[in-house]
Design a protein around this ligand. Structure first.
Ligand SMILES: *Cc1c(COP(=O)(O)O)cnc(C)c1O
Length: 369
């Protein structure tokens, strides 16, 4: 019988995710599956929580990976902390801000937005004005907007939200493991991430963290969390305490993968990992400049791990992506929404973020153009 998996070739993943996977993670994924209540596995879970706290810079005891991709992390954060009628403010400058608006709206929240031009960051002054107009239960923003390559001023906005009674919710799916994320110092109450971007693990888990104040809000809910699978008040009984209770079977081998990903990052050192991302990003900008290709975002707001680049005039963008994949085994991403057909999104995330990968890509792009 023919097996399709035999013909999978390794691809240099330079799109908006997934990113290339560290070889050690493939080894970790193939370790023997053990029981989800085996003491050895519980000990691995405990260290994962500890590793996550180090990478997120938080003391939050509710810091765990949710079973599901980054979007499950988003859903977990909103579904646990919002009740119908809650007043929610979402800052939008790309696709993932819009997705937050959709998720919060489905939960019966009263959702307001402050919108900013795609390709530019959220402006704290505008957020301040809106916070003075109305009392909110929750304010949400995306740290690294993967649809545009913009870094939002999460720390500055956190200073503003701190002076109100609102919870501060931040999407760190693309930022975590590529640039600093300071949950406690930035007054973040609720955050989620994903494994497939700068953590360089295959898609499938969503690390989340909740401050004690946010945990209290969950405990004080008047209504049950309207989603059984993502209800943290039940999930914590599996992730915390001296005896652990079954909720759903943990994705054992994916958690080995996450353990190894966090191990690799902490072993290399967070500072070196961030530096590696920045160096690869600068190498990319230089090689694109040589080809006459411009960046969408102003230098000070650029994300190192997600580069939005303007497609040169007269170039058929889809056929360039197709050729890169077919002839060079390199994947890059297309633009989304209003930026479709206008930009490519070039990911420099996690294990991909190495100057030698940039050089290989630059050669392939030059040949293709
Ligand atoms: C990728 C991404 C998500 C969604 O993650 P999935 O793993 O695709 O579910 C959410 N937010 C941002 C900013 C992302 O880049």
């Amino acid at each position: 019988m023919k097996n399709q998996l035999d013909s999978i070739k390794e691809t240099l993943l330079m799109g908006p995710g997934p990113s290339c996977v560290y070889p050690d993670i493939y080894t970790a994924l193939s370790k023997p599956t053990i029981g989800h209540l085996d003491p050895k596995f519980i000990s691995i879970m405990d260290e994962i929580k500890d590793f996550l706290k180090q990478i997120m810079n938080t003391e939050n005891s509710l810091t765990i990976p949710v079973s599901g991709t980054g979007s499950a992390g988003m859903e977990t954060c909103f579904v646990n902390t919002i009740e119908p009628g809650d007043k929610v403010l979402i800052l939008i400058n790309g696709v993932f801000g819009m997705r937050m608006q959709d998720v919060a709206g489905r939960l019966g929240a009263e959702v307001d937005t402050v919108e900013f031009e795609w390709g530019t960051p959220a402006i704290p002054e505008n957020v301040k004005e809106q916070l003075e107009k109305k009392d909110y239960n929750l304010v949400a923003v995306v740290h690294a907007e993967t649809s545009t390559g913009v870094k939002n001023p999460v720390a500055e906005i956190g200073e503003l939200v701190k002076d109100t009674k609102a919870f501060y919710l931040v999407d760190t799916v693309t930022s975590l493991g590529g640039i600093p994320v300071e949950v406690d110092a930035w007054n973040i109450d609720i955050m989620y991430s994903g494994t497939q971007k700068c953590l360089s693990c295959p898609p499938g888990l969503a690390p989340v963290s909740f401050s004690d104040r946010a945990v209290q809000k969950i405990l004080d809910r008047k209504t049950k969390v309207p989603n059984w699978y993502l209800d943290l008040s039940m999930i914590v009984n599996y992730w915390e305490g001296s005896t652990r209770a079954y909720h759903h079977t943990a994705p054992i081998n994916m958690l080995y993968g996450l353990y190894q990903a966090l191990y690799c990052i902490l072993d290399e050192g967070l500072e070196s990992v961030f530096k590696r991302h920045q160096e690869a990003h600068l190498a990319l900008v230089r090689s694109l400049d040589k080809l006459g290709i411009e960046m969408l975002v102003e230098p000070e707001f650029r994300l190192p791990m997600l580069n939005a680049v303007k497609i040169p005039d007269g170039v058929d963008e889809a056929s360039v992506r197709k050729k890169l994949l077919e002839e060079h085994q390199i994947e890059i991403g297309a633009g989304l929404g209003p930026l479709a057909g206008k930009i490519w999104r070039i990911g420099v995330m996690g294990h991909t973020a190495r100057v030698e990968n940039i050089e290989r890509f630059a050669k392939a792009l030059a040949a293709t153009l």
